[in-house]
Design a protein around this ligand. Structure first.
Ligand code: SAH
Length: 365
């Protein structure tokens, strides 16, 4: 076997942690090893949480040594863990390039939920979201997306349990399409964590071409669309990408989206006091969603320094919800979890050591 890559520094060795099964098989084959070992390695990394080649005891010593010489398995490192009074845990994770991201564990929803990031920062710049203030720093790799799940499952002792995943952390998943879909395939791998796409919800502002592409995926997660407004003008102001992919077009894409049987699209709607929370807004929302198999998740704004909008009163939220419910829509009001540790929706922002211009600007707010 040629040993041509023995001189690779550890950090430049190919990362098995960001490969899906077929890639891992090909990487083994290229080094003259049988492909079936890829399944064993997948099981070590994902099902058992072992990334030290030397501990992969069902592989021969020679194979383990060769793997250690030529590959690495990178895993996001836990830098800090904040625990909310309601049991929510916010993890600050460091990536190999020392960028930071946040992932959140939300217990008892009634199931256990992991809220996972898909980008460092976000390019969408929604007016009420702190992550948007950072701007986009970079996409996460598939390994970094799936790696968050590995880390949280290990840290929380939930590797053998069932949990849900929401792609509602930092970033816009459809703006990092290929890596997000690859991460879903890695998480779905039967020798690994074997997470069904039915347990995964992808939340998006509605990047239209990517939304239509999602409609053709064999491994399809549940879909949540961040609507937040009932007129084009209103949405242009709150969700700037609406100027490119408008409300009407997104609703048309939702109508043709192949929703699984007994399933529905979720429309998320952030309630901002005096902006989009009037009874007229609620009635317009009913008209817009009338012929779509969907449910509505109302999210009263989580306020934060630097965000100029305000959270409406509970009365106002209830009135809005009642109009939807009376019109026959299924509606829920998202309970804000982990607000005391800034882990709630739209509050994820990283003030790390390696700040981008966007991050520095955000930190000044
Ligand atoms: N980029 C994706 C996922 C991001 S966050 C998306 O936009 O859907 C998940 C949800 O939290 C989105 O609906 C987002 O609009 C909402 N959100 C963002 N900031 C918020 C805030 N300050 N308060 C409440 N919800 C917020």
């Amino acid at each position: 076997m040629p040993n041509v890559r023995n001189d690779l520094a550890p950090g430049t060795r190919p990362d098995l942690g960001t490969m899906e099964l077929a890639e891992l098989e090909a990487a083994l084959e290229a080094r003259g090893h049988p492909r079936f070992h890829a399944r064993q390695i997948f099981s070590w990394i994902y099902a058992k949480g072992v990334t030290d080649f030397d501990k992969m005891t069902d592989l021969s010593r020679t194979l383990r040594a060769d793997l250690a010489d030529h590959f690495r398995i990178s895993t996001p490192a836990v830098v800090a863990k904040d625990i909310s009074t309601d049991g929510t845990v916010k993890f600050l994770l460091a990536l190999e390039d020392n960028r930071h991201i946040e992932s959140v564990f939300i217990p008892d929803t009634p199931s256990q939920t992991f809220c996972i990031s898909t980008q460092v920062g976000c390019a969408m710049k929604c007016g009420f979201c702190l992550t948007g203030k950072m701007g986009l720093v970079r996409n996460l790799t598939a390994g970094e997306i799936a790696g968050q799940v590995r880390v949280l499952a290990g840290e929380l002792g939930l590797r053998q349990s069932k949990f849900n995943i929401v792609l509602m952390g930092m970033g816009e998943p459809l703006h990092n399409y290929d890596n997000t879909m690859k991460a879903l395939r890695m998480l779905n791998e039967e020798h690994g964590l074997a997470i069904s796409p039915k347990r995964i919800t992808l939340s998006t502002v509605g990047v239209l071409p990517a939304l239509d592409r999602l409609a053709t995926e064999p491994l399809m997660p549940n879909l949540a669309i961040s609507l937040h407004a009932t007129t084009e003008d209103q949405r242009d102001a709150l969700v700037p990408v609406n100027r490119k992919y408008g409300l009407e077009d997104i609703l048309a894409a939702a109508r043709r989206f192949p929703v699984r049987r007994r399933n529905r699209i979720t429309f998320e709607y952030v309630l901002l006091a005096g902006v989009n929370d009037t009874p007229e807004d609620a009635r317009r929302l009913v008209r817009l969603l009338g012929n779509i198999r969907c449910k509505v998740n109302l999210i009263p704004l989580n306020e934060a320094a630097g965000i100029t909008y305000q959270r409406p009163s509970d009365d106002r939220v209830n009135t809005f919800a009642r109009i939807l419910a009376n019109a026959g829509l299924t509606v829920s009001v998202r309970k804000s979890r982990g607000r005391d540790i800034r882990a709630a929706c739209g509050q994820l922002i990283v003030e790390g050591t390696t700040k981008s211009t966007g991050q520095r600007a955000a930190a000044l707010l």
